[in-house]
Ligand binder design. Structure first.
Ligand code: ZN
Ligand code: MN
Length: 495
């Protein structure tokens, strides 16, 4: 259920997302962008903003952001330039950020909210603009020892960021989260960003207010609040739910409308589960934007755009369809696989091509591989049971060595022990039951179960199912389908 059906108002949400582009080096200098190095070891005169240093644009960063913009269905500006955004902050050594103001390199795109469970109507979220800019450094505050200790790490300064701004088209917290999931998936599939939120490669700010219909037909709008400091998509959802309720309470108490106060910024406190007022937001005139004199404008040709477009790869929205067609699997299966990311899709395709049957491979992915990953944590790339091992188990099931449920036990054991399928099979004492043994076992069952025999003989073939559990107790390695078929055959042959 979404907020719009519960409340006498509409929640209106727009997002601003910053993603770190997957480049080796920074946007305007050759410093590396590796995460987690000792503070201030990845800096040079340019990203420190020392006098006399000059920025040079990283073309790879520009091409990656073009790819993102094209995937977001944006129009591409063939002429774009850089601007200085001036503000004072300790983690910004130059005193300005190189960004794009009035001529962003792309604008007017869109991306649909995707929800495989069908909880939302497919809503198109318009993208206002996508632009490129450099990141600031990081302030670290340590107030534990009683002495307020603040340090600055400038490793991040100058890291290329792609800023994606949406129109206020989202209507609930859940929908915002679903849209962010789709955006992240898209950027990961296209190799634009790893979107790792823990490492700060993806940051989200949300703008939210309420539209409240009045008795006279007018729509009253509450003041827009910008929420910051959300460290996961779950936090984004929680913060938006909280802020919706807070604004509704404030509206009922004060009736304050948009324009009656400057735009407010509130920080999300994840452990307290609340937003706190931080400051009143600067207007864009406060930043005194002006064109960056040290960088030339960037021009792009139609050919360059087409080249990037043709090398782009399939976005998730397309891959969901092509994967379903290629492996003849249901749309829902394809959706689940694609939503796990490109590495898992690659694992699945490897498995499916070894097995030769997409649906069988997909079932094993969903019921065994994914469940195991969920339980154990970790990513598919680190998962020690590779597709060839799973394919080996499936091949043995298909050959009749053992049934699927026995195959599952073997899979679990391979996961647990980290040994090969052959070793587990040998260790469990599993050997293919030969035809002579199977026949002897069926004859034994027939002798011991006259009631079932009479039922089958009387035309109730399904009664033979009663023999399978008994057969497995005698020999856990028997194949149920084979027991069933042979038992029926023997019973029918009885005088
Ligand atoms: Zn540098
Ligand atoms: Mn920005």
């Amino acid at each position: 259920m979404s907020a719009e059906t519960q409340h006498p108002f509409t929640t209106v949400i727009g997002l601003e997302v910053h993603v770190q582009l997957q480049t080796q080096t920074k946007l305007f200098c050759g410093c590396i962008t590796k995460f987690g190095s000792p503070p201030n070891t990845q800096v040079c005169p340019t990203c420190l903003g020392l006098p006399g240093s000059l920025p040079v644009m990283n073309r790879r960063a520009f091409d990656l952001s073009l790819r993102a913009a094209l995937a977001l269905n944006c129009k591409i500006a063939l002429f774009t330039k850089w601007d200085r955004k001036n503000y004072f902050y300790p983690d910004l050594p130059k005193g300005y950020q190189i960004s794009q103001f009035d001529l962003p390199f792309s604008y007017e795109g869109h991306l649909e909210v995707c929800d495989p469970k069908g909880a939302f109507n497919p809503r198109t979220v318009r993208i206002t603009r996508v632009h490129l800019e450099e990141d600031a450094g990081k302030s670290m505050h340590d107030e534990t020892a009683g002495t307020a200790d603040s340090r600055i790490d400038l490793n991040r300064t100058g890291t290329p960021l792609c800023e994606i701004v949406t129109e206020p088209d989202l209507r609930s917290a859940e929908e915002a989260r679903a849209w962010l999931n789709e955006l992240k998936l898209l950027l990961v599939y296209l190799g634009v960003s790893d979107c790792n939120m823990q490492e700060g490669s993806l940051r989200v700010d949300a703008n939210v207010n309420l539209h409240v219909p009045q008795e006279d037909g007018r729509i009253a709008k509450t003041p827009i609040v910008e929420i910051k400091n959300m460290n996961s998509f779950r936090s984004v959802e929680r913060a938006l739910i909280y802020e919706t309720e807070r604004q509704w309470g404030e509206w009922q108490a004060t009736g304050a409308e948009i324009g009656s106060m400057p735009k407010q910024t509130r920080g999300w406190d994840d452990s307290a589960g609340i937003t706190r007022g931080q400051r009143h937001k600067e207007e864009s005139s406060d930043y005194r934007y002006f064109p960056e004199p040290d960088l030339v404008p960037v021009t792009v040709t139609e050919e360059q755009v087409n080249e990037i477009r043709s090398a782009m790869g399939e976005p998730p929205s397309v891959l969901r369809k092509t994967l379903a067609d290629r492996w003849k699997i249901p749309a829902n299966d394809a959706g689940v696989l694609v939503n796990q990311g490109p590495d898992l899709v690659q694992y699945f395709e490897d498995l499916a091509s070894r097995v030769g049957e997409g649906k069988v491979a997909s079932n094993w992915m969903q019921q065994d591989v994914l469940r195991t990953l969920n339980e154990r944590g970790g990513s598919i790339t680190d998962f020690h049971v590779r597709p060839e091992a799973v394919a080996d188990i499936i091949a043995r099931v298909q050959k009749g060595d053992f049934d699927t449920s026995r195959g599952r036990e073997i899979f679990a054991s391979v996961v647990e022990k980290g040994t090969s399928v052959a070793e587990v099979v040998a260790g469990m004492g599993i050997a293919a039951v030969d035809d002579g043994d199977l026949r002897a076992l069926c004859e034994e069952l027939i002798a011991e179960n006259p009631k079932i025999v009479a039922d089958v003989k009387g035309g109730k073939e399904q009664a033979a199912g009663g023999l399978i559990g008994k057969a497995k107790r005698k020999n856990p390695n028997v194949n149920p389908a084979k027991v069933r078929a042979l038992a029926i055959e023997l019973i029918q042959a009885l005088p």
